[in-house]
Design a protein around this ligand. Structure first.
Ligand code: ATP
Length: 287
C-alpha cells in the first residue's frame, strides 16, 4: 500500500477533495520529511449512550503544521479534541504523540509531553495583570514548587522565568498592556492572555478550542495573525477547532472536516470549501 503524506488528501473518487470517507491511512505512515507524525490518532470511536459521536476517525498533525478541524454543530469536533487531550477516553482507537502511545495517559501528563490546550471559556483572574498571568503559568510549568511558595509570598520569580514571561508577552503583542489588570482588557485581549499562558508551556502541539468564540471580526483577525506568527516562528504544531472560516483560512495549512462523527473531507482550505459534500453538510444541499 502506497504511503500517504499528511499534507495530501487521500486520493479516491466521490468528492472534490478526493477524500474517501472511512478510509484510514496505513499505521506507521510518515510525514513528508520521513519523520513520524507528531500527533497520530487512529480509528478513534466513542459513543455516548445511543449516539456514535465519533466513528473510526483518523487525524494526523506533523511537527510545525497547523491543521484546522471544522464541521457543523454536533459534528464531533469537541469530542475528538477531548479524546486527543486526554479529557475523554475513546471506546476504540489509538492516540500517539511523537511516537508514544498515549491511550492510558491522563491529560496533565500529555501536557508535560508538550500538548497544551486553550479553552473556549476564558478563565482569568480579573485583578491580576497580564504579566502576573504569565508568571503563574510559567511557574506552574516548571513544577518545582515555586508556585506554592508564590502563593505563600515566599519566592520571587527568577531571572530566566521573567525572561521567558517577557518573551511570551512580546509574542502575543501585549507588551504595552503587561501591567494592566486583565479586568480592563477586551475579550480579544483576554484570548491572547489565554494563548500566552499556553505558550509559557512551550508546547510542541497547541490545541485551540474555538478561540474566536465571542470575538468580533477585527479581534478574530488579530488573534489569527498572532497564532499564525507564533506557529511559523517557533515551528509549533497547531490543531485549531474553529467555526469562523476566515480564521481557519488565515491560521492553518490544512483542514479536516467532520460531519456526524466522520471525516468527510480534508485538504487545503480552498479544496475543502469547494467540496460538494462539505457544502451539503454545512448548507443542507449539494452546491
Ligand atoms: P459544536 O460545534 O456545536 O460545539 P461539535 O462538533 O463540537 O459541536 P460535539 O460537542 O463533539 O460536537 O458533539 C458530537 C455529538 O456527541 C453530538 O451529537 C453531541 O450531542 C454528543 N455529545 C457530546 N458530548 C456528549 C455527552 N457528554 N453526552 C452525550 N452526548 C454527547
Amino acid at each position: 500500500m502506497a504511503e500517504r503524506h499528511a499534507s495530501e488528501p487521500v486520493s479516491g473518487p466521490g468528492s472534490a477533495s478526493g477524500y474517501t470517507p472511512g478510509s484510514t491511512p496505513a499505521f506507521g505512515a510518515r510525514s513528508d520529511d520521513g519523520a513520524p507524525h507528531l500527533l497520530d490518532a487512529r480509528s478513534i470511536s466513542i459513543r455516548f449512550g445511543g449516539i456514535a459521536a465519533l466513528k473510526d476517525v483518523s487525524v494526523t498533525v506533523d511537527a510545525g503544521e497547523a491543521v484546522g478541524l471544522v464541521g457543523p454543530n454536533g459534528a464531533g469536533k469537541t469530542t475528538l479534541f477531548n479524546c486527543l487531550c486526554g479529557q475523554l477516553r475513546p471506546n476504540g482507537g489509538t492516540v500517539a504523540f511523537d511516537g508514544h502511545v498515549l491511550d492510558d495517559m491522563p491529560a496533565h501528563l500529555r501536557a508535560r509531553l508538550g500538548i497544551r490546550r486553550t479553552f473556549q471559556r476564558v478563565e482569568v483572574f480579573p485583578e491580576l495583570s497580564v504579566r502576573d498571568h504569565m508568571i503563574v503559568a510559567e511557574r506552574a510549568r516548571r513544577g518545582d514548587g515555586a508556585l506554592w511558595k508564590d502563593l505563600l509570598n515566599m519566592a520571587k520569580p527568577r531571572r530566566e522565568e521573567l525572561d521567558n514571561v517577557e518573551r511570551v508577552i512580546d509574542l502575543i503583542g501585549l507588551t504595552e498592556m503587561a501591567d494592566v489588570p486583565v479586568a480592563a482588557l477586551s475579550l480579544g485581549h483576554c484570548r491572547l492572555v489565554e494563548l500566552g499562558r499556553a505558550l509559557c508551556g512551550e508546547p510542541r502541539l497547541l490545541m485551540a478550542d474555538e478561540p474566536s468564540s465571542g470575538l468580533d471580526m477585527s479581534e478574530t483577525a488579530a488573534l489569527a495573525t498572532v497564532l499564525r506568527g507564533v506557529q511559523r516562528e517557533h515551528g509549533m504544531a497547531v490543531l485549531l477547532v474553529e467555526h469562523d472560516m476566515e480564521m481557519v483560512r488565515a491560521a492553518v495549512d490544512r483542514v479536516v472536516v467532520l460531519d456526524v462523527g466522520e471525516i468527510i473531507a480534508q485538504g487545503s482550505f480552498e479544496t475543502v470549501v469547494a467540496d460538494p459534500e462539505v457544502r451539503r453538510a454545512y448548507l443542507g444541499r449539494t452546491a
